[in-house]
Design a protein around this ligand. Structure first.
Ligand SMILES: Nc1nc2c(ncn2[C@@H]2O[C@H](COP(=O)(O)OP(=O)(O)O)[C@@H](O)[C@H]2O)c(=O)[nH]1
Ligand SMILES: [Mg+2]
Length: 396
């Protein structure tokens, strides 16, 4: 089965809340009573036929893009910028397990308190298992805007038929000492975040997303609309930069370079190879945009170039035979297709988990000290915050 042909019997649950004094409505199946707009949205969910059709259109688009190399770079995203001045089609997206409810509620509260109570963007929750009623109820109580719950289609969270599962199991045994190296579910998660979350039908209506995980923090109020800023300033992603664990991606760089050599039309003229490599692409310096905190254009991943890149990586098998993370995968694709890097040091948008190093923050430093971390983090949130974090934005 093709990657785009998903099982559309996904459990889609929608709950509407505020902005006015409307009582929230929780919907547990498409047959329940919903307001007209939601019902229409559910009924308009694409059919398998639509996906087949979409694939054909994609192939056409890809052929068109290839025919005009100059237009490949970020052209797919530029349609999002055409919405300038108008409210962005944006949402929060959270992949989460039922067991992570408490950590999730803590993240929701802080995001609501510091940002979303004011801006009211929809919030989408995705899971490879059905969300429990308790989970849905508690989440709906905390989110001030429209909430949608989606079940991940099996096709997006399982082994492709070309993967040798016993080889994958051997890898997990060999990598047991590496962070998440022994975990099977973590690998499905990384593959999902790399190649599938943006294909979930619940995300179809949006152009932008902000990824939120359980147990994250925002240390200051965010008084401006980050999505609006990105859209109006033509930024395709805002993220934090750190280093990847080398042992999780032994062949990711080589595989990626092979892909981009085969497809030079997918590399921007003024790309950010200098961010990724200190020796013109020969080796990877492990710098990446940290996807635990990621605000980005969905069309960056929906683009034919990214799909082709993901498919190539997926075929190579490294999500299972190594432990490729979605962050370096997103980063390599985004950096090689972006024209310009801009960054600011800000304590405003700082998630608290696992942060140990920062990558250099501007091109000048990058060129002089490519692989040397500028700031050493600590386990203390406040120290990390005072050290200053790299918030990086990529411009199309
Ligand atoms: N539904 C589901 N979500 C998962 C699973 N594994 C991880 N996640 C989610 O994926 C995100 C990243 O996982 P996490 O364990 O935080 O990995 P880390 O950030 O790399 O340490 C979080 O939002 C998790 O809640 C899983 O097996 N099922
Ligand atoms: Mg996490």
């Amino acid at each position: 089965m093709g990657l785009d042909q998903v099982n559309l019997e996904a459990d889609v649950v929608v709950a509407s809340k505020a902005p006015a004094d409307k009582v929230p409505v929780a919907v547990t199946s498409a047959s329940s009573t919903v307001d007209n707009k939601q019902e229409q949205a559910l009924q308009e969910a694409p059919s398998v036929q639509d996906f087949i059709q979409e694939k054909t259109e994609e192939q056409q688009l890809e052929a068109d893009l290839k025919a005009n190399v100059k237009q490949t770079t970020m052209d797919f995203i530029k349609k999002d910028f055409a919405n300038k001045g108008k409210r962005p089609k944006a949402c929060f997206v959270t992949l989460v397990r039922n067991s992570e409810l408490n950590g999730l509620l803590s993240s929701i509260r802080i995001v609501e308190q510091r940002f979303n109570a004011k801006f009211k963007y929809d919030w989408i929750f995705l899971n490879d298992e059905p969300f429990s009623e308790e989970f849905k109820k508690r989440v709906q109580e905390e989110v001030s805007s429209t909430v949608k719950f989606g079940l991940i289609p099996k096709e997006h969270w399982s082994y492709p038929d070309y993967i040798d599962q016993s080889k994958a199991a051997d890898t997990r045994a060999k990598m047991a000492d590496i962070i998440y190296g022994g975990s099977e579910s973590y690998r499905h998660m990384c593959r999902y975040q790399s190649g599938f979350f943006w294909r979930h039908p619940l995300l179809d209506e949006y152009s932008w997303y902000w990824r939120v995980e359980p147990d994250t923090q925002l240390y200051c109020d965010i008084n401006y609309d980050v999505f609006q800023w990105m859209q109006d300033h033509e930024r395709c992603t805002v993220t934090i930069t750190i280093h990847e664990y080398e042992a999780t991606i032994p062949t990711l760089w080589k595989t990626s370079m092979n892909f981009f050599k085969e497809h030079p039309e997918y590399v921007s003229e003024n790309n950010l190879m200098k961010f990724l490599s200190g020796n013109d692409g020969e080796t990877y310096n492990l710098c990446h945009f940290w996807s635990n905190f990621e605000i980005a254009s969905l069309d960056l991943w929906r683009s034919p170039a990214y799909r082709a890149y993901f498919d190539y990586l997926d075929r190579a098998g490294g999500f299972f035979y190594e432990r490729w993370g979605d962050a370096p995968v997103h980063s390599i694709a985004a950096a090689l297709r972006s024209q310009e890097i801009r960054s600011t040091t800000s304590p405003t948008l700082v998630p608290p988990t696992h942060l140990t190093t920062n990558c250099p923050r501007d091109m000048d430093v990058l060129q002089k000290q490519r692989t040397v971390p500028v700031t050493k983090g600590t386990t203390s949130h406040s120290k990390r915050m005072h050290a200053g974090q790299n918030i990086t934005t990529l411009k199309a």
